[in-house]
Design a protein around this ligand. Sequence first.
Ligand SMILES: [Zn+2]
Length: 266
Amino acid sequence: MPGLSPPPHLRDVRVLLDLLAALDRPGSPLRYDLLATFPHEGELHPLPRLVFSGPAAAHDPIRLALFGGLHGDEAASVLAPLAFLERLVADPARATGYTLTVYPLCNPVGYARSTRNNGADLDLNREFWRGSVQPEVIALEGELSAREFDGIITLHADDTAEGVYGYTHGRVLNEALLEPALRSAGYILPRDRRSQIDGFPARDGKIHACFQGVLSAPPNRRPRPFELIFETPALAPIELQVEAAVTALDTILDEYRVFLAYAPNL
Ligand SMILES: [Zn+2]
């Protein structure tokens, strides 16, 4: 079916890493490295990390984390961070006041094989903060503990979805960011407005419950960062999924900036 798969060359992890690494040029506000490499079936698999430092603002940099590719068969969630970073490098002012740490390929073995699960056949998004020994989870939990993010955004693509939707739970702020993100993405792909999505009650594309073990801030971290999960419909053309996710990310940056500007007065 057209649109289901990324261009074949982007399925090659080495090609993808080359594209990510190429964003780290002299004078560029972006740094690329490998957070971890781990062996599986005789090969080393990389977990890339990119740190984009936006132009300074009057406040301390806002630290956001963006995660993609936790499920290896959700290519849009890998390609959207790449497209987002390409545009930020071309126009850094879009991220004024932010430091963005991006983990676009959290499940490299699953991506190479086009499987949801990792090399140990586990769903990584049920493994967090449960004593997991999976190398991907250990590396990412280390980052979530050490970097004290102000916000955490995770991208997924759902092949049962009829449009874009998201998970948000706990804080009013989460919903205040998700709603405009869904609205702006809704110009590119429709919103999934069913009353039940992914087995959870949903309203206007927003789900307030969540599975146990999803990627999140450390359980006892205070204050809690904002946490959003943004889902694109995996059966839609991949370039539209990427565009919808990039638009949602741009909107979240803008909306959170506005929120912070008004927060001291609340
Ligand atoms: Zn997923």
